[in-house]
Design a binder for this molecule. Structure first.
Ligand SMILES: [Ca+2]
Ligand SMILES: [Ca+2]
Length: 322
């Protein structure tokens, strides 16, 4: 009968023909010797050398925080690995050791994960967090909504003679203060600014609340960085009756100017495009209705009937009700 006798590092032995050692450690590396004894008692020996590679330890870092529009630089380690495998926000992947992402957006912020392989061994994943900031002053969202404030003809839609109210909301979500902020707005030519209706929660109304003003200017002043202090500006317009020219809507867009960046147009929050004018559909003016009323009731005692019952002669007439 043939027997097998293995010896190996750390006093390891086995009598199997083909033994295994699971969960390899560096201490298991070295010379393994097999001695085979045949049925006749003769023996023979042979040796083999086993190498155990260490598991690579990945490192990941970045140049975070970065400004929106700049380049994200990721740095992977250690050097000289067989492969580098990065994953990031939005399904992004790269096999470079030190990949970059140019024109950074807010959607590129988040966790980036790196795994490296070397000599057939794979590292545990490591992560690095990337922050993308809006740098500078950033007035947002500059939303301008519109509502039918007075539906003078009860038509249910905006029409000549009605009054609309516009509401504008803005804040600064940038990393720098916005200074010298001014809001200017000129209503649609088919509308007339209602003097005295311009309000602001910050700063002063310089044009719009005096008789004869045809447009609006609000000196907002300074909006602090990242303060998210919300400024609300409102004003009313009446729709001309009759219109200056035929139209199916009235349109309005204001603009914020500031010292730290380009002007910011207002946006209609109900439509997908950014920075578009706020439109209100126009319907025809509803004709006055004629309804029966009893403004003048002529009571006349025509006759006394029976046991004191009075008969009234009532004349009903139609009158305009505006
Ligand atoms: Ca109406
Ligand atoms: Ca819009």
């Amino acid at each position: 009968m043939t027997t097998y006798s293995w010896t190996g590092p750390g006093g390891w032995t086995s009598n199997l023909q083909n033994p295994t050692r699971s969960n390899a450690t560096l201490a298991m590396a070295g010379t393994y010797t097999l001695t085979v004894t045949g049925a006749n008692g003769c023996t023979g020996s042979a040796s083999t050398n086993v190498a155990v590679n260490s598991k690579p330890v990945a490192t990941a870092s970045s140049n975070s925080p970065v400004c929106e529009g700049s380049t994200i630089q990721l740095t992977g380690g250690p050097n000289g690995m067989t492969t580098y495998s990065w994953t990031g926000p939005g399904g992004w992947t790269s096999n470079l050791q030190n990949p970059t992402r140019s024109n950074a957006t807010l959607a590129m912020a988040g966790t980036y994960r790196l795994t490296v392989t070397n000599g057939g061994c794979t590292s545990n994943p490591v992560t690095t967090s990337v922050v993308v900031d809006i740098c500078g002053a950033a007035l947002d969202p500059a939303e301008k909504s519109v509502e039918l404030l007075i539906d003078a003809d009860h038509s249910g839609v905006a029409s000549p003679g009605d009054t609309l109210r516009y509401t504008v909301i803005v804040w600064n979500e940038g990393t720098l203060d916005a200074t010298g902020v001014v809001f200017n707005d000129t209503p649609d030519p088919n509308t007339i600014l209602v003097w005295g209706t311009v309000t602001t929660t910050k700063g002063t109304v310089t044009i719009g609340n005096n008789n004869g003003d045809t447009w609006i200017s609000v000196d907002v002043g300074t909006l602090l960085a990242n303060s998210l202090e919300t400024v609300r500006i409102t004003f009313d317009v009446t729709i001309r009756d009759p219109l200056l020219y035929p139209a199916t809507y009235v349109e309005n867009q204001g603009v914020f100017t500031l010292l730290e960046g380009p002007p910011v147009l207002t946006d209609d929050p109900t439509t997908p495009p950014d920075d578009d004018p706020t439109d209100e559909p126009l319907g025809p003016k509803k004709a006055p209705s004629r309804v029966p009323t009893f403004p003048s009731v002529y009571l006349g005692i025509a006759a006394a009937l029976g046991a004191g019952i009075l008969a009234y002669s009532i004349r009903r007439r139609l009158v305009d009700q505006k």
